[in-house]
Design a protein. Structure first.
Length: 109
């Protein structure tokens, strides 16, 4: 049986390769994604920074497991979303995880 959800969402852990001196450090956060319809998805040009941002603003509806420099939890807010989507390496990780979740295949396979 297939269940049709009116506004399907799902949570995935997003591994983020954070640039550090001499390489990268893998950190992670949890994102609640919204499964976009084909029509919604087609409105975004992922080949441009603007299109990537509008796509992620539509697809990412919440974040968890984010802490500040002191290790204190940062609650979900518009400011947190802006900060995360403003970092190219976070954007890349979110996009990769969304597509892996939607297709159950690693991007590039």
């Amino acid at each position: 049986m297939f269940k049709i959800a009116k506004n399907p969402t799902f949570v995935h852990t997003v591994p983020v390769l954070v640039p550090i001196d001499g390489g990268h450090e893998t950190q992670s956060l949890k994102c609640r994604f919204r499964a976009l319809t084909v029509d919604e998805f087609s409105q975004h040009d992922l080949n441009t920074p603007e299109g990537s941002e509008t796509f992620l603003r539509a697809a990412c509806v919440g974040f968890e497991d984010v802490v500040d420099d002191n290790g204190d939890a940062v609650p979900m807010s518009d400011a947190l979303k802006d900060a995360l989507l403003g970092a190219a390496y976070v954007r890349t990780a979110l996009t990769r995880t969304y597509f892996e979740a939607m297709t159950k295949a690693r991007v590039g396979n």
